[in-house]
Design a binder for this molecule. Structure first.
Ligand SMILES: Cc1cc2nc3c(=O)[nH]c(=O)nc-3n(C[C@H](O)[C@H](O)[C@H](O)COP(=O)(O)O)c2cc1C
Length: 177
């Protein structure tokens, strides 16, 4: 299964990136690629003059090629990061819609106890216009995240690991590979 991970945090040591790698580890037969959301801010003038930036074209191609996508979102002030929203906006400007019927799972990691429930809801709302096949059901919400990974960057809490395994199994089943 070609699995694309999208982190709403750019930071190298991001917990959302770590959670994505755990998602990939827990997905049987996953061939994992991680997207790079480092791209210009959406600007209609830039689009008119230069078209889509290369980073956006790359992301669109990665989404189109994936059998399934997992998005890990931080929660910033009750919402998703500007980085993630910006990428979703750019992708919506591409010819064709790479999200159409694409199996997509949403997960989150936050410093707070809530684990990013509002951010996940916001990702769902922002994705709705693109008609992906969202994996709904029991959410993976990793709160107080700095205490949740061991030295090997693996989840230390069996309940989070089991929840993530179950979610990724549902994503894989939808991907029909
Ligand atoms: C601008 C900003 C806003 C934040 N707002 C929240 C918040 O609303 N709830 C929360 O639990 N954590 C919040 N945090 C803390 C993040 O959850 C924490 O930095 C987390 O590690 C970010 O994810 P990352 O490790 O993938 O970068 C915020 C952090 C930043 C930088």
């Amino acid at each position: 299964m070609k699995l694309l991970g999208i982190s709403g945090s750019l930071r190298q040591a991001s917990f959302n990136r770590k959670l994505l790698r755990e998602a990939a580890r827990l997905t049987p037969n996953a061939v994992y690629t991680e997207a790079d959301l480092n791209m210009p801010l959406y600007d209609g003038d830039l689009e008119t003059v230069e078209g889509l930036p290369q980073a956006v074209t790359n992301l669109v191609a990665q989404i189109a090629a994936a059998d399934g996508v997992v998005i890990s979102t931080p929660e910033y002030n009750k919402g998703i990061s500007g980085v993630l929203k910006n990428a979703l906006d750019w992708v919506s400007r591409a010819d064709g819609n790479p999200w159409l019927n694409k199996p997509v799972a949403i997960i989150s990691a936050t410093a707070g106890r809530g684990g990013g429930e509002r951010a996940q809801t916001m990702v769902q709302n922002c994705m709705a216009p693109f008609s992906p096949h969202l994996v709904l059901g029991k959410e993976v919400l990793v709160g107080q995240v700095s205490a949740q990974f061991g030295d090997n960057d693996r989840l230390t809490n069996d309940r989070y690991e089991a929840g993530l395994s179950a979610l990724m199994a549902r994503l894989a089943a939808l991907s029909d590979v």
